[in-house]
Design a protein around this ligand. Structure first.
Ligand code: TXA
Ligand code: MG
Length: 319
């Protein structure tokens, strides 16, 4: 299959109408979309990404009214989050409507719903006229794509179309908050922080999987966000020499962080803020892989605001 590249949301929407799958930009990462009511199209997403069948997809809407097509009920906390934040890098998990095929939610009776803030995404969704399920548009396990070129790298020839937009603004996937439980539970950290959610619903908590319990968010158990290079988290550069002095000559090393390192690295990115770090980290992982880097050293940051989401992704990449 040849993948069609376009900057036109109208041209891209034609592929959705014909039962195809289309990558498109959002403010978080690029998504790979299909009509939420088209089970055959959704199956193509799982195949193209090589995504495990037990990992549910997020549904994206172009209007608040469309949420009623997807959810059997909008629970009280979800209503508050929607009113306070949507459109936003925030996904609310709700009881699923029977009209949504089970393949979309990997058999779960709940569905994650998000209204993206990115203007091209909104235009595309409105033109499609149906909500789109869309996981991140990367091969399963690879870093999420923050530019259309990253989508192309992973999925060219495997998907119908790429709607080309700008590099994404945030760079990390949306916050996922389960609103079907008595207290809302943050299943995945993102740009909308726990502190922000608590200002709207004070009972909101971070989800802590109990040992032996099936994870509430199936995606949490899969390998994620990983470059081919090994990822090491470090508090400061001194740790590198302390931990592995013998590797220094044979390894090709990269470094990303807020503070400039003194040592030699083949690839270095110094970020002016935690926001910039979050925005560029996945692209940096991909650049490191393209450059044949063996180890990527990632400086840790304070776990507040988007720093929490960043550390979460770095830890998973380092696993
Ligand atoms: O920012 C984002 O959320 C991006 C853009 C494209 O919107 N999408 C994204 O999708 O990151 P994906 O499939 O890569 O990650 C979705 C996460 C997975 O960890 C999945 O398990 C969880 O959300 N999830 C989806 N539906 C769920 C549900 N009904 N219950 C619990 N977790 C769910
Ligand atoms: Mg993903």
């Amino acid at each position: 299959m040849e993948t069609f590249l376009t900057e036109s949301p109208v041209d891209a929407a034609v592929f959705i109408a014909r039962g195809g799958i289309v990558a498109f930009p959002t403010e978080t990462v690029y998504g790979l979309g299909a009509n939420v009511f088209d089970a055959a199209a959704i199956a193509k997403i799982f195949a193209a990404k090589r995504r495990p069948a037990d990992n549910p997809l997020i549904a994206h809407v172009g209007s608040l009214a469309a949420i009623d097509l997807l959810a059997a009920e909008i629970t009280a906390p979800a209503r508050k989050f929607i009113d306070a934040f949507f459109p936003a890098p925030l996904t609310v998990v709700l009881p699923k409507s029977e009209k949504v095929p089970l393949i979309a939610t990997a058999g779960l009776d709940t569905i994650g719903v998000r209204m993206p803030e990115n203007l091209l995404a909104q235009e595309f969704l409105k033109t499609c006229g149906v909500p789109l399920v869309a996981p991140s548009a990367n091969l399963s396990g690879r870093p999420s794509p923050t530019a259309w070129q990253a989508v192309y790298e992973d999925l060219n020839g495997k998907i119908d179309c790429i709607l080309k937009g700008e590099m994404t603004e945030i760079g990390l996937e949306s916050t996922v908050v389960d609103c079907t439980t008595e207290r809302p539970l943050v299943l995945r950290a993102g740009a909308i922080s726990l502190e922000q959610l608590r200002q709207i619903v004070p009972e909101t908590e971070n989800y802590q999987p109990k040992t032996g319990e099936a994870p509430r968010s199936p995606g949490l158990k899969h390998r994620h966000y990983s470059p081919r290079a090994r990822v090491r988290l470090i508090k400061n550069e001194v740790e590198i020499a302390e931990r592995e002095p013998q590797h220094e000559k044979i390894e090709r090393r990269a470094y990303i962080g807020l503070n400039a390192p003194a040592g030699k690295f083949e690839l270095i990115k110094i970020c002016a803020s935690v926001e910039e770090y979050a925005r560029f980290v996945f692209a940096f992982f991909r650049a490191a892989d393209a450059g044949g880097i063996d180890v990527i050293y990632c400086e840790t940051v304070a776990e507040t605001g988007i720093g929490r989401a960043l550390i979460d992704r770095l830890r998973r990449a380092a696993e």
